[in-house]
Design a protein around this ligand. Sequence first.
Ligand code: NAD
Ligand code: GLY
Length: 359
Amino acid sequence: MTLCEVKVEVGNSPYMVRIGKESLSWIGVQLRDLDIPLTRRVIVVADANVVDHHSEKVMLSLDQAGFEPILWKVPSGEGSKSIGQLEPILSFMAKHRIDRSGAVIALGGGVTGDLAGFVAAIYLRGIALIQAPTTLLAMVDSSVGGKTGVNLREGKNLVGSFHQPSLVVVDLITLQTLPPRELAAGMAEVIKHGCIADRKLFDKVAAGQTEDLAPIIQRNVEIKAEVVKIDPFETNGRRATLNFGHTLGHAIENAAGYGSLLHGEAVAIGMRAAAHLSKKKCGLSGEEVGAIEAAIKVNNLPLTASGISRETIRAAMKLDKKAKSGVNRWVLLPKIGQTVLREDIKSEDVEELLDLVLT
Ligand code: NAD
Ligand code: GLY
């Protein structure tokens, strides 16, 4: 059953994000009904933790709709977003003769979506991609907008490509098996969207009113879709606003070692830091900083991190792919719901933020 949907209009190929219950059980029909003609052979690239719970209905539905799906299991965790994971998947696809009209179905969280999305972007110079996100983070953020890629030891997302999906199928049932810590991590991106674009959404999440997830996911996808429509390739500054909390967040995530802090947890700490910096640099009120901290806390996300070396964080910030000539770009908030980009943040300011968030 589809509960709501959002059209993402980017370039010449708009696509739908369908949010529903049990929607993975009819993913095959949804693929068959796409405007693009697909050949029979398609690959489902699935997170190992998701396979047991949710892949059977996907395979069955594809089979019943006349496809010949093959399954590839990706080990769970950020470590799978690596160059090393690409080759065996690409070889498996070639061995099974997936052709230019084939498709990759990414079944999992942001890790699987980014990895499988990149596979779809580079196999035969690009084939169709269907995102079937199974974490809240992937539903509200990573499955939409076309960023795909893998990490290098030197930093996150340093290799990748823009490759928009042809369809995004959000099945809320999958969240029933998601560990609570992962659900909380997804809320970090929801808070982020509220902070940068929608005070009402922010207030709702800050009040912990998150039981009815369908409208929350819908609003988040709308916000992301609006941004991506204006700035699909992150060239005019609009899409950069989605990185609120990420300048320090990515560095902390990287410095902690992939997997020790979840992406959303690192972003929560980064948002807290960016809120304090916003107060200092562009007039965010103390009350609003407090509201952002409270929203992070209410949603069971961390405000601080411990045991991470400052030196490693500084080094990771230098490698941020958004840094130009070593200068980091910060997304700051004059008020909740509005953003400015700043590149004039001094190392003393960063040290103050590290004093705040490192315990
Ligand atoms: P993830 O993909 O690692 O999934 C989190 C954990 O939940 C994993 O252990 C996974 O096995 C498990 N899991 C997933 N779905 C499950 C389910 N339904 N039931 C039980 N277990 C389940 O992490 P994530 O938070 O979804 O994504 C983080 C990644 O997304 C990061 O690599 C980040 O860089 C990326 N990201 C990308 C974009 C983008 O625009 N492409 C945006 C934001 C984040
Ligand atoms: N999550 C950031 C982006 O999609 O641009």
